[in-house]
Ligand binder design. Structure first.
Ligand SMILES: Nc1ncnc2c1ncn2[C@@H]1O[C@H](COP(=O)(O)OP(=O)(O)OP(=O)(O)O)[C@@H](O)[C@H]1O
Length: 402
């Protein structure tokens, strides 16, 4: 019988001395999923104080980790209660999956395997393995899943690691099955191939991915600067899939703040004027002087961009985003042009904005260190979200190092 392969074992071993638990769990889980050729999966943990079961790591195209399951409900809860694995070989024939779909994610699944994680007779969570097309899991696959669940259960208990559910998360924007095609000559380039994503109030969502995978395209669609080819968008629960040009302009003006790598300030306007200029075109602005004060630049309010350092210019651009009182701030590589300590100060400011103003910040970066301060990290691969990780213990910007 096949054992856990060296790479998966190595990833699991890394768990033992990792302070980035979700990240290490996700890496180990990703290796297991690849090893057994499964499509998607999630690791769920039980919150011992509420019995709520939350997905803490998910691998695959859907935001499974954004979900939690109320006490004892759902099939994950069923597996946890029964303390027995549940294998559903064809969910279209199982009444627990109405319409032949997973009721939480809406994904069309062929089969799914739930392996409860049991420590000293107590269930601490569940490993879920999802196959979109495959018929059966082999005995070897099941043995691997069992070994994996056993090892991570031990690890989780050794480390006293548990999940505290956040029940108050409010979705600002939802994207469902978003695609984006660009014509290139006689061909069509499929840049986004079905993205599902919820953006929550009061969170830092970091988007990582290789160059050319579609991050900026996704950011542009979230910001209303580009339209998807297909898919649905909801804003505060209302459909926004087919906005008129006027609605789009209003959306960009009032809903979204932008922070760019290159600041994009008007050179002939002072710091305060750059911020005022934006405040005059939106509906519900903050006082521009207050926005300048919030970014710690009151003494520089009358300076022109050329008289300011890169870090100070980026602070002005944050004030300019803030002054709109936006629901979402989009930040495209906001620290890429800054040295380490200035970049860290800018990130600390972004952290403060999220905590004080409850704004969602969606940040694209190539810097994986920054992902450690995110509430969630999504990885885009070849036009799809390949994983979403919930970071239970985000670091403060001041604790980052690169
Ligand atoms: N307007 C466009 N017309 C045609 N192709 C485009 C257009 N915009 C982007 N693309 C293509 O879409 C793909 C994804 O581009 P995108 O800028 O979203 O990637 P990215 O992940 O942000 O890359 P990077 O990290 O290098 O900024 C690339 O192959 C790019 O060439």
């Amino acid at each position: 019988m096949r054992g856990i392969n060296t790479q998966t074992l190595w990833k699991i071993m890394q768990l033992l001395d990792s302070d980035q638990v979700e990240s290490a769990l996700a890496d180990a889980f990703e290796a297991l999923i690849a090893d057994i050729s499964a499509d998607l999966g999630a690791i769920w943990l039980k919150n011992s104080s509420t019995s709520r079961i939350n997905s803490i790591v998910s691998i695959g195209k859907n935001n499974i980790s954004g979900f939690s399951i109320e006490n004892k409900q759902g099939i994950v809860g069923e597996a946890c209660e029964a303390k027995e694995p549940i294998f559903v070989s064809d969910i279209s024939k199982d009444e627990r999956f109405p319409g032949g779909k997973d009721e939480i994610t809406g994904i069309e699944i062929k089969n799914v395997y739930f392996m409860p994680m049991i420590y000293r007779k107590e269930t601490v969570g569940c490993v879920e393995i999802i196959n979109l097309n495959r018929d059966e899991l082999s005995e070897e696959d099941i043995a691997l899943i069992h070994s994996f669940a056993g090892i991570i259960t031990l690890f989780i208990n050794e480390n006293g690691y548990s999940y505290v559910a956040d029940t108050k998360k409010k979705v600002v924007m939802s994207l469902r099955d978003i695609t984006k095609d660009y014509p290139s000559g006689m061909e069509i380039t499929h840049v986004l191939k079905g993205v599902d994503l919820d953006i929550y109030e009061n969170e830092l969502l970091v988007i990582l991915g290789e160059s050319g995978c579609g991050k900026t395209t996704l950011l542009n669609i979230i910001g209303g600067m580009d339209s998807p080819t297909n898919g649905e968008i909801t804003l505060d629960g209302k459909d926004f899939s087919h906005p008129t040009e006027k609605e789009l302009v209003n959306f960009r003006r009032n809903y979204i703040g932008f922070i760019f790598q290159s600041y994009n300030l008007m050179p002939n306007l002072t710091a305060l004027e750059n911020v005022k200029f934006i405040s005059e075109i939106c509906e519900n602005p903050v006082d521009p002087a207050e926005a300048i004060d919030m970014v710690g630049l009151s003494s520089r309010a009358n300076n022109y961009p050329s008289m300011m350092s890169g870090g100070q210019q980026q602070r002005v651009s944050i004030a300019r985003a803030l002054v709109k009182n936006p629901r979402i701030i989009l930040a495209d590589e906001p620290t890429a042009a800054l040295d380490f300590s200035t970049g860290q100060e800018v990130l600390a400011l972004i952290e403060e904005v999220i905590s004080k103003r409850h704004t969602a910040v969606v940040m694209v970066t190539h810097n994986v260190e920054i992902a450690k301060m995110a509430n969630r990290v999504i990885r885009v691969r070849d036009g799809k979200i390949s994983s979403i990780r919930v970071n239970m213990w985000p670091l403060h910007a001041s604790d980052l190092a690169w």
